[in-house]
Design a protein around this ligand. Sequence first.
Ligand code: PLP
Length: 295
Amino acid sequence: MSHIAYVNGRYLPQKHAQIHIEDRGHQFADGVYEVICIWHGRPADYTAHIARLNRSLRELAIRPPVSNAALAFIVKEVVGRNRLDKGTVYIQINRGVAPRAHVFPGAAVKPSLIVTAKHGAGPADAVARAGVKVITLPDTRWKRCDIKSVGLLPNALAKQAAAEAKAYEALLLTPEGTVTEASVSNAWMVTPERTIVTHPATSSILAGVTRGRVLKIAREAGYVVEERPFTLAEALKAKEVFLTGTTTFVMPVVRIDEQPVANGVPGTVACELRQRYQDYIDSLTADVSGSAWDA
Ligand code: PLP
């Protein structure tokens, strides 16, 4: 079945979907995006994704091209037209099409909206059961990592370096050795006292929607959770390290730069949180009229 994409008011076979060469998303990475996990045809944390999308738009002074209600309709339509059961929906909003100039175009220029779908969600069970290796790299990104901008070249370079090292992810480090996050996921550790630690939601990281969900799940499960920066040295001495993200779910890390984390197998905290996250997405039902689409 060919994929159906939504582009600026039209649903098209993806291979025929196009944007203009003077779209500012293409020329300046002047756009923002969201990736939402669809499970049993239902979106995980839709409201949180749309809240973050609207925040990213506000921070860059890009006008939302459609209302939240219209966007929910379009996303639902793309899920339905692609018969997506388990997959991801990608939403991108660019500032619009205008003759190339750094300064923003006038108010008459309408932002572009693209919504696409991909089949397949979450990591393979075997990968999560075994845990993954990560590498470390300097965090070379700009100072507004809280904005989910399509300017992802440093992230792509880091993920490529990880792939070349046969690693799952790259932890990104400040010059002081703080772990900000990873190239496409948030980073966590568990201290020897079983306190769960993750970087606070400052402009140095993307406040992951999965991070928000896992913070809630962990606190509800009775864990002490601290949102504070931690260093690579701390992570190497931690009881556990793990990652979270829309495509990662909760992923135990068992090696950092070839050094084992604790005894080199997935930890009990990460495994419990992974199961509880799985329980959350499994609780999404196939009911298409419920509140999960409301933003
Ligand atoms: N950090 C970065 C840099 C990301 O690109 C992502 C996801 O794409 C995340 C964290 C995880 O965010 P979320 O849980 O919303 O997918």
